[in-house]
Ligand binder design. Structure first.
Ligand code: HEM
Length: 444
């Protein structure tokens, strides 16, 4: 009898065992290797958990899942349940009608006009951070960007002063939660050991602590009685269309926590990769400096920051080579098929964005840093999804693009950075991040 479903090439035997074990520490190496062996689509059947995975670095397949047939796909239980139990039920982890209701409430806070009004607050935070630089200073730019991106989210969206120790504490909790989560997801039997030794419960306690810090921000706003006209005020005042009721405090805290996390972590990672690439490519640095000098003060206006430029080409090309969102996962609600492949409901789909962004089928010289490739008029149709696609496209895309352009231009107007690292050690947790970016600051 013919099999009911026609999965893509299955990874089996020792390669499967290798994938499951090595995938814990270095998923990028394993998934890239599997695609090299099996082509742009492959599957792994995990008999331990009884879960079937389809991995893809194919553009059409990616678009089918995220756009054409998005209604058949939820965020996988990896995100909605396993990550959700630590981060709560905010936009990133929510699904279905609840997600749509929340997205409709929050989306207006991220419109282009709202974002444009944030330039001056972003500038203030960036200038303040740059004032701490000392000539010829040694620094870890990854740490620096982490703090800066966090403060920018806190100030722009929640007009909030969170003291430095709380910022550090939140950052530490977020990293620890991601590390435990990555182990829990990638090696299910290991997760039983983690549970036995109380690691999962401790991690849950830490995420409760993170929520308490965020609740503190909310309480401070309420008790101040002040109107700040920021995203937080909008979230407090907004009412659901059907019930005319406000968001519960629990939902508010979950949404704020997700925005804090999604809003700074990926941006800090992307900025570190960008500065690394600029450091490795002196011609690009020179061209960037020329753009900054030629546009003079106009270079910091929202118009200039939002438009296509060499700065935005550098950002896009760095995010092509090092996409902070290295994979996007979904789970099928019903049986489905695409071209010659078919799969049953519950199948987990891992869209491997890192592989898509370096797939030689779509990219000439895929491993080289060539920002000019984004001058192409057809660039919007590239096999390029650093912010996802379809209805669940990143809500903060314009926010992040403007923030990154502003930071790059302000930095390269006055400074340069010489990296001590010729190679970047990367860690793929929920997001892809460098472990550090150490180097020397030069004042021009
Ligand atoms: C370089 C920076 C950023 C990158 C690379 C990035 C990437 C992404 C990606 C790929 C998704 C879609 C995930 C999926 O479909 O499963 C996403 C969703 C999301 N992002 Fe971003 N993001 C960035 C910055 C931001 C910022 C600045 C914010 C908010 C201030 C933000 C908030 C969110 C939220 C709330 C979602 C969930 C949206 C939904 O499902 O409705 N992100 N992001």
């Amino acid at each position: 009898m013919a099999p009911e479903f026609n999965y893509p090439t299955e990874i089996k035997g020792t390669r499967k065992l290798y994938s499951l074990l090595k995938g814990l520490k270095n998923p990028l190496l394993v998934i890239t290797g599997n695609h090299d062996i099996a082509g742009d689509n492959y599957c792994i059947k995990d008999s331990l958990t009884n879960k079937n995975f389809i991995f893809s670095q194919d553009k059409e397949f990616t678009e089918y899942i995220l756009k054409q047939n998005h209604k058949n796909y939820y965020k996988s239980e990896i995100q909605s349940i396993t990550l959700g139990k630590y981060l709560g039920n905010g936009l990133l982890t929510n699904n279905g009608k609840d997600w749509l209701k929340q997205r409709r409430l929050i989306q207006p806070g991220f419109s282009k006009t709202k974002i444009i009004n944030l330039v001056s607050i972003m500038e203030e935070e960036i200038d303040k951070a740059f004032q701490s630089f000392k000539p010829e200073q040694d620094l870890d730019l990854y740490d620096f960007f982490h703090k800066l991106a966090f403060n920018i989210v806190a100030k722009t969206l929640f007009s909030s002063d969170i003291d430095e120790n709380r910022v550090k504490e939140l950052g530490k909790i977020i990293t620890e939660v991601q590390e435990v989560f990555a182990k829990e997801v990638r090696l299910p039997f290991y997760s039983k050991i983690l549970k036995m030794f109380g690691v999962l419960d401790k991690t849950l306690e830490k995420s409760e602590r993170a929520k308490a810090i965020i609740q503190g921000v909310l309480d401070k706003r309420r008790s101040s009685g002040e109107e700040k006209n920021d995203l937080l005020d909008m979230l407090i005042q907004t009412r659901y269309e059907d019930t005319q009721l406000p968001m519960s405090d629990e939902q508010l805290v979950d949404e704020m926590l997700i925005l804090f996390i999604a809003g700074h972590e990926t941006t800090a990672n992307a900025l570190s990769f960008i500065f690394f690439e600029i450091g490795q490519n002196p011609e690009a640095e020179e061209k960037l400096r020329k753009e900054i000098t030629e546009e003079n003060e106009m270079v910091f206006t929202s118009d200039s920051l939002m438009k296509k430029s060499f700065t935005s080409n550098i950002i896009k090309e760095s995010m092509r080579l090092h996409s902070p969102a290295w994979a996007i996962d979904r789970q099928a609600l019903e049986n489905d098929s695409f071209k010659e492949y078919s799969w049953p409901k519950d199948t987990l789909i891992i869209l491997y964005i890192t592989g898509l962004h370096r797939n030689p089928k779509y990219w000439k010289d895929p491993n080289s840093f060539i920002p000019e490739r984004f001058d192409d008029e057809n660039a919007k149709n590239f096999a390029y999804y650093p912010f996802g696609a379809g209805p669940r496209l990143c809500i903060g895309e314009h926010f992040a693009m403007m923030e990154m352009a502003l930071i790059i231009r302000k930095f390269y107007k006055k400074f340069s950075f010489i990296s001590y690292q010729k190679e970047l050690e990367k860690k793929a947790l929920v997001t892809l991040r460098p472990t550090s970016l150490k180097g020397k600051l030069i004042t021009i």
